[in-house]
Design a protein around this ligand. Structure first.
Ligand code: ZN
Length: 431
C-alpha cells in the first residue's frame, strides 16, 4: 500500500478556475479533460477501432462523456479497477430547434430548460453561447461565443410589486426567453451568426446542441479569499479533481488497481442516454480493457467484483440562513474537506463498507472528511452512484464537495475543498 502525502494545494483551485471558464458545455468539458490527459501522455482510443492490451494511459471520448484509464506495467487481465465517477453537465438554458423568435422589436432566442436550474439566477446576467455544431460533411465543431450575447431581462419591480408578498414567480416558457438584439425576427439568424463566427459557409451547419453560460469568470471571494464563486461547480469541480487525481496516480509505481476516470453527460436529467451513467459506456470500456489484455469472461467477473467506484458530486454545505433544512447533527461546512453522502434508501450508494474505503483514502491523504445525510423531512437528491452500482454491479461510494447555491448559474464553495477532494481521490486511486 503506497502512502499519498498531500500533493495538491491552492494551485489546484487556480487551475479549476481555468477549467470552469474553458468548459461552458459538456463537450468543452471533455475537451478540457482530454487536453490535460494528452499533456500527461494519455492517448485517445476510438471505440470503432480494435483495442490492444498495451500499458499506459488511454481515454475514450463520446459526445459529452469521457472515460480515461491507466494500465500499469504488468497489470493482469483480472486486475480490478478503481474508478472516480462524475458528470459533465449542468442545468442551463438550451437552444430550441427553431431558435429565431422575438416580439415588439426585440430579437430573441428560443430556449428550453435543461435540468433543474435556479431560474432566478439566470436573470439579468450577461450570457454567452456554447456547444457543438454538426456539419453537412459529418464532422462536428465546438463553438464558444464567450462575450455578452444574450440576456434574460427581469421584469421591473414597478410592473409587479406582488413579488414582495408572493415571491418571484417565473413561467419557464414565457419568462425565460433571452433577448439578443433589436429588429425583426429573421429565420436562420442564430445559426448563420455562429457559422460566421467560425468562418463556415452558409448552410454548412445542419445540427446543433447549444446552451447559454454566464460569462462572468470564477473568482475568489471573501475577506481572506477563502471562498470560490463560479459556474458549473456541480459537477465540473469533481471532473477536474478526478482528472488531476488520475494523472497524479498514473505517475505512481506499483499500482494495485487500474485507476479510471468516468465523467458522464445527462446526470441532470436522469442519466438515460448513450453518454449517460445509465448507458453502456463505462461497462463497455472496462470490459474491452479486460479482453484487450487477453482476459476471459471469468477475468472480467473477477475484475468487476474487486472494483470500487467513488461517485463524486457536489452536496449541500450548511447554509447559515437556512440551517434548519439540514439534519441537526450532520452539518457539512464549506472548507471542511470532502463529504461522504449517505442515504439508507439508496439515493446514494454508500454503505458502511464503502465508508471504510473512503475513510482509509482520506486518512492516507491526511484529509479530513465530513458526513452528509438529509433531514428526514426533506427529499434527498441523487447522483450517478446508485445507477453505477446497479448497472455494473460495482461497489460504489457517494462522496463530493459541499457547496452553496447548487444549480445556480453561479455557485459557491470553500476554496480549499477542491484540492482536499483531489488529494483524497489520488489516495483512493493509488489504493
Ligand atoms: Zn451534480
Amino acid at each position: 500500500m503506497s502512502s499519498s502525502p498531500s500533493r495538491f494545494g491552492r494551485g489546484h483551485t487556480d487551475d479549476l478556475m481555468s477549467f470552469l471558464s474553458a468548459s461552458p458545455s459538456p463537450y468543452h468539458a471533455v475537451a478540457s479533460v482530454a487536453e490535460r490527459l494528452e499533456k500527461a501522455g494519455f492517448r485517445q482510443v476510438e471505440e470503432t477501432d480494435a483495442w490492444d492490451g498495451t500499458s499506459g494511459g488511454k481515454y475514450v471520448l463520446r459526445g459529452g462523456a469521457v472515460v480515461a484509464w491507466y494500465v500499469p506495467d504488468g497489470a493482469a487481465a483480472h486486475t480490478p479497477f478503481r474508478i472516480v465517477g462524475a458528470h459533465t453537465d449542468s442545468p442551463n438554458l438550451r437552444v430550441k430547434p427553431l431558435p429565431d423568435t422575438g416580439a415588439h422589436g426585440w430579437r430573441q432566442v428560443a430556449v428550453e430548460i435543461y435540468g433543474g436550474p435556479l431560474l432566478n439566477s439566470w436573470l439579468d446576467r450577461d450570457l454567452g453561447l456554447a456547444g457543438r455544431l454538426s456539419l453537412r460533411d459529418g464532422s462536428t465543431r465546438l463553438v464558444n461565443v464567450d462575450r455578452p450575447l444574450l440576456r434574460v431581462p427581469q421584469l421591473a419591480i414597478h410592473m409587479d410589486r406582488s413579488i414582495y408578498e408572493k415571491g418571484l414567480q417565473l413561467d419557464k416558457q414565457k419568462h425565460m426567453q433571452p433577448v439578443w438584439g433589436l429588429g425583426d425576427t429573421r429565420e436562420g439568424d442564430l445559426i448563420r451568426f455562429l457559422e460566421e463566427d467560425l468562418g463556415l459557409a452558409a448552410g454548412e451547419v445542419t445540427g446543433w446542441d447549444l446552451m447559454t453560460h454566464s460569462i462572468e469568470p470564477p473568482a475568489y471571494l471573501g475577506r481572506d479569499r477563502e471562498l470560490l464563486a463560479g459556474p458549473r461547480m456541480d459537477n465540473l469541480l469533481s471532473v477536474h479533481a478526478g482528472t488531476a487525481a488520475l494523472v497524479a496516480a498514473a505517475g505512481s509505481d506499483s499500482l494495485p488497481y487500474i485507476p479510471v476516470l468516468a465523467a458522464f453527460d445527462h446526470e441532470e436529467n436522469g442519466s438515460q442516454s448513450d453518454t449517460g451513467a445509465d448507458g453502456p459506456l463505462l461497462g463497455s470500456v472496462l470490459e474491452r480493457s479486460v479482453y484487450a489484455r487477453g482476459g476471459t469472461h471469468e477475468d472480467r467477473a473477477r475484475a468487476f467484483a474487486g472494483t470500487v467506484c467513488l461517485s463524486s458530486d457536489t452536496g449541500h454545505a450548511v447554509h447559515p440562513n437556512y440551517a434548519e433544512r439540514h439534519d441537526p447533527t450532520h452539518l457539512p461546512r464549506a472548507g471542511g474537506g470532502p463529504i461522504l453522502k449517505v442515504n439508507v434508501n439508496n439515493r446514494y450508494a454508500t454503505d458502511g463498507s464503502g465508508r471504510a474505503v473512503f475513510a482509509a483514502a482520506c486518512e492516507r491523504a491526511g484529509v479530513p472528511f465530513q458526513s452528509f445525510v438529509s433531514n428526514n423531512s426533506m427529499p434527498c437528491g441523487t447522483t450517478i452512484g446508485p445507477i453505477t452500482a446497479a448497472r455494473h454491479g460495482i461497489k460504489t461510494v457517494d462522496i463530493g464537495v459541499a457547496i452553496l447555491s447548487m444549480h445556480s448559474a453561479r455557485e459557491l464553495c470553500g476554496a480549499a475543498d477542491p484540492y482536499l477532494l483531489a488529494n483524497a481521490l489520488v489516495a483512493f486511486l493509488e489504493g
